[in-house]
Design a protein around this ligand. Structure first.
Ligand SMILES: *Cc1c(COP(=O)(O)O)cnc(C)c1O
Length: 462
């Protein structure tokens, strides 16, 4: 049994203490009324300081993060997070600000927000941003509310539908539903792009707009984006850009120039804040001139949004500078294509051609081994890599979605490629070994459905 197999409660022994306090120099305070006191002492573990330190250190080492290894999770951009960003975000001059302080008192923070807004406008081609939304999905809702305000302001109340492609991120239809819009799905062509001929008949005076991400969830660029935007505008709708994964475009093309009217960014994906388990996030919403006047009326969170994430984004952009920011999109695209081309003889590539920041394999090329995408993902853990996104998008049965990001060196990409090739060989020579992976992690194949449906989160439940 390993140290981390025990819960902190199981390490408890009567009389052990992790603290010692000096004798109080103050007079005794009067005892509290009996009704304010609990009937029994709380069930806290009794452990020494070293027990606590080792317990939590061991737990932290069971985890995998961007600081422990390569993290090729498609659609979610977990990239390198320069440590100077953390230092800046913790700077007491910013971290100690009170949200009710006046703009004059907080002139530095205001300047930072304005500076970041200027950078994002220049990167996206939008005219103004709000930083209130605290996640990508929160930004989507905000952007859709802006679209609704725009139509309502013209007395046009009939636009109750929004078009969303079948390849969209799940938050798109969810945000539209929360905003009270009816989702109309447009299907993709076999090459993974929006089918314009399927789009045409959906357009009319009940359409509020269309939500699109470009490159789409397969990492493919919608090459007919100009035509799509023109068709939606012709029918009176607006174009919403899901810029959660903007990194492949940064410095190459701008949503504002592609005909989008409103968009969100995920600062926590494309601008260097590591995220997971629900935060921290920032989903600023940018608008063009059509929607600018509606921005100040939108109030979707307390105060000014998630300021520390904004600070990291600003530090990332400024430390790269105007000369290097244009490298982001190019390097993200180069890294993804390098991996794709190096592996497509042993993994099944359903859609050929140039991808952007990510791409999707449909399991192994050799379907006779019985080794599935789940097995490959589990085996990668043995080699010290985080698994890619698996079984998403739903367009293929054995999806493996790989996104290396722009901040990984060629050495790391090469070792990932070597390990993926090695797993393909193992699948042929010793499929049972791959199917029973991982062999080296403290937790191997948990029952994920039961863990999600009946989570046991308290010691007493066990
Ligand atoms: C991650 C993501 C979102 C949602 O962002 P959250 O911050 O998780 O709410 C929306 N769209 C796309 C394409 C994404 O990848």
């Amino acid at each position: 049994m390993k140290y981390y197999d025990k819960l902190i409660f199981e390490l408890s022994a009567e009389g052990k203490r992790g603290w010692s306090l000096p004798k109080s120099a103050f007079p005794a305070v009067p005892a509290l009324d009996a009704e304010l006191l609990r009937a029994e002492d709380p069930a806290l573990p009794e452990v020494s300081e070293v027990d606590v330190v080792r317990h939590y250190t061991a737990l932290s080492q069971m985890n995998f993060g961007v600081d422990s290894g390569f993290y090729p999770l498609g659609s979610c951009t977990m990239k390198y997070n320069p440590k100077i960003n953390e230092e800046l975000a913790a700077h007491p001059g910013f971290a100690s600000l009170h949200p009710l302080q006046s703009d004059e008192d907080a002139a530095g923070a205001v300047a930072l927000r304005d500076g970041l807004e200027k950078c994002l406008c220049s990167i996206t081609g939008m005219k103004a941003f709000t930083f209130e939304p605290c996640a990508g999905a929160h930004g989507e809702l905000t952007g859709l509310m802006l679209i609704r305000s725009y139509h309502n302001s013209r007395g046009d109340f009939a636009r109750t539908k929004i078009i969303v492609p079948d390849s969209a991120h799940g938050t798109n239809p969810a945000s539209a539903a929360v905003c009270g819009l009816q989702v109309v799905q447009v299907n993709s062509r076999p090459d993974g792009r929006v089918d314009i001929e399927a789009l045409r008949p959906l357009l009319g005076d009940d359409i509020a707009g269309m939500m699109l991400t470009n490159p789409n969830t397969l990492g493919l660029f919608e090459s007919q984006i100009g035509e799509i935007a023109a068709l939606v505008h012709e029918c009176g709708g607006l174009m919403y850009y899901d810029g959660a994964n903007m990194n492949p475009l940064i410095g190459v093309v701008r949503p504002g120039d592609m005909g989008f009217d409103v968009m969100h960014l995920n600062l926590h994906k494309s601008f260097s804040t590591p995220h997971g388990g629900g935060g921290p996030g920032s989903g600023p919403v940018g608008v063009n001139d059509k929607l600018k006047e509606f921005l100040p009326k939108i109030k979707v969170s307390a105060f000014h949004g998630n300021f520390a994430v904004m600070m990291r984004a600003y530090a990332y952009i400024l430390s790269l500078g105007r000369e290097n920011v244009p490298m982001l999109g190019r390097l993200a695209t180069l890294s993804a294509n390098y991996i794709k081309e190096s592996l497509k003889d042993v993994y099944c590539l359903p859609i050929e051609g140039l991808c952007k920041h990510e791409f999707v394999f449909d399991g192994l090329a050799d379907k006779s081994t019985g080794v599935t995408t789940l097995d490959i993902a589990k085996r990668l853990l043995d080699y010290g890599f985080h698994a890619p996104t698996i079984y998403f998008p739903l367009l293929f049965h054995q999806s493996i979605m790989i996104e290396p990001t722009e901040t990984e060196g060629k050495d790391t990409l090469d070792s990932f490629i070597a390990v993926m090739r090695c797993i393909a060989e193992e699948a042929a020579s010793d499929p049972e070994m791959v199917k029973s992976a991982p062999h080296t992690t403290p937790v191997r194949r948990p029952d994920e459905a039961t863990a999600a449906r009946h989570p046991q989160l308290k010691f007493a439940d066990l």
